[in-house]
Design a protein around this ligand. Sequence first.
Ligand code: SF4
Ligand code: FES
Length: 248
Amino acid sequence: MRLHLKIWRQAGPAAAGRLVNYTADDVSPDMSFLEMLDVVNEGLVKKGEEAIAFDSDCREGICGMCSLVVNGIAHGPDRGTTVCQLHMRRFKDGDTITVEPWRARAFPVVRDLVVDRSAFDRIIAAGGFISINAGGAPDGNAILIPKEIAETAMDSAACIGCGACVAACKNASAHLFMGAKISQLALLPQGKPERRSRVAAMIAQADADGFGSCSNEGECEAVCPKEIPISNIARMTREYVRAQFSSR
Ligand code: SF4
Ligand code: FES
């Protein structure tokens, strides 16, 4: 396939960015989207030009590092799929593809398609620890957890912290990410002792980092590669309301 690419290039956080046109020739439908960018970069380096900077690590949909907006959709057109797992067979010969970074005030562009997502780390750090009773190791089944609760907590724990939910939200809200992290711990007995201070601190940190609030658009759920449902946001809101009353 021959593809026409419009790729966001930006030399640094303070530099002006712009879309630059490239042509990718001999693209195999079996390539992943990131492999296609690797080939484009090899061509640029051979010509002595600066390679396009983009984030990736596992390339298996696990780590949450890849973060591209493809034709206006965070992680591209396939539902429940990270952009590293998107394949070129999804496109047609002659297509024009626009590739941009996550856009949110809390995720400033570092270079080209790479954004700084350390704001997510600060939210997780604000959530703090869970209580562990010291002493001998408890028996595996000493704390009984109903299957439905365990499965819901595991579904929330599937969040890979990629930030697509923020990039897709018109408010740049981190509510789906926070809802998943808060639900994962608030549902399980081990996470309950600090549940009130945790939710209050994480939401305060998100406000301080410039994330917006939630207005129930549902865009976050639509692009989430792990299909985290927005019911996690409702659970977080309930946790937050309880935390506000319990602190009075
Ligand atoms: S909730 Fe989904 S989109 Fe948001 S950070 Fe987690 S995995 Fe990514
Ligand atoms: S590179 Fe790890 S999830 Fe995409």
